[in-house]
Design a protein around this ligand. Structure first.
Ligand code: SAM
Length: 282
């Protein structure tokens, strides 16, 4: 018998992966967690039936969510990751010797436990001594945070279920407050192609613009996410991601990356016309 994982990208579009074996299935107080193994994408994990990470293409998402802000300001020392329970974002951050502190706040301890056990390729640096894990709602965490971070990365699920609060005006305002004067906020920004996702992308962009003087959007091709075209938001108090990119400094670090390079850094901010017009960018 053949086993297939199928995700509904819209009510009339589905995406399927042939599954070799289901490695885990369980319900936490927040969401349904599943882990599968497959020939094409290796191990992959889903939350409430939506793709989070696959062994084969996670490098694209994690390279772009981490190295774009880090190359814009190579002086970043204190980082807050909201969500990111699979550990891929933290893994990339720990490659920078200059980072002194990484706080990661995921609402769901069970996600982290399952990923530590079954997805070592993303979770293997969660034990780095600079990393502190908090199991709390990110929306509540940033309400009271007293730390001043140089970078906040919102590596969240979509804006429904537990991730809903991470797309609100209140959340973005508190992130602004929790950032230093040189602070950068990066968030996963959904896909621009399908209507239901692009509506959340537009809303998130408008809300972030209310707080941050510099507000840009960049893109990457992620095969297993709806439409394969994924956006990230880059908001900042001081740094412009292109004008302030220090390509020589980043290249001098000698980090090997499979997707990110300083040319793609600049190119990723060049958006198709339909995306510019949805975001009302001139
Ligand atoms: N790369 C992924 C994507 O865009 O599909 C995101 C992956 S990461 C696993 C998302 C994490 O966000 C999950 O572990 C989930 O538990 C966490 N999360 C969802 N809502 C949250 C909240 N309100 N506060 C903190 N973490 C949250």
């Amino acid at each position: 018998m053949e086993l297939w994982y199928t995700e509904e990208h819209t009510p009339s579009v589905r995406f399927s992966i042939k599954v070799k074996k289901q490695l885990f299935g369980g319900k936490s107080p927040f969401q349904q967690i599943d882990v599968f193994d497959s020939d094409e994408f290796g191990r992959f994990f889903t939350l409430d039936g939506l793709m989070m990470v696959t062994e084969k293409d996670e490098f694209i998402y994690h390279d772009m969510i981490v190295h774009v802000p880090m190359a814009t300001n190579t002086g970043i020392k204190r980082v807050l990751v909201i969500g990111g329970g699979d550990g891929g974002t933290v893994r990339e951050l720990t490659r920078y010797k200059t980072i002194e502190k990484i706080d990661m706040v995921d609402i769901d301890e069970m996600v982290v436990k399952v990923c530590r056990e079954l997805l070592p390729f993303t979770s293997r640096k969660l034990g780095d001594p600079r990393v502190t894990l908090y199991f709390e709602d990110g929306l509540k965490f940033v309400r009271t945070v007293e730390e001043s971070y140089d970078l906040i990365i919102v590596d969240s699920t979509d804006p429904f279920g537990p991730g809903e609060g991470l797309f609100t005006r209140e959340f973005y305002g508190n992130c602004f407050r929790a950032l230093s004067a040189e602070g950068i906020l990066v968030n996963q920004h959904e896909n621009p192609y399908y209507e239901s996702y692009s509506a959340s992308m537009k809303r998130a962009h408008r809300r972030i613009e209310e707080f941050f003087p510099i507000c840009r959007v960049y893109q990457a091709h992620i095969p297993t996410y709806p439409s394969g075209h994924w956006l990230f938001g880059f908001a900042s108090k001081k740094f412009d991601p292109i004008a302030d990119l220090d390509a020589a400094a980043w290249n001098g670090l000698g980090l090997e990356t499979k997707y990110y390079n300083t040319d793609i850094h600049v190119g990723s901010f060049m958006l198709p016309n339909y995306v510019k017009s949805a975001l009302e960018i001139k």
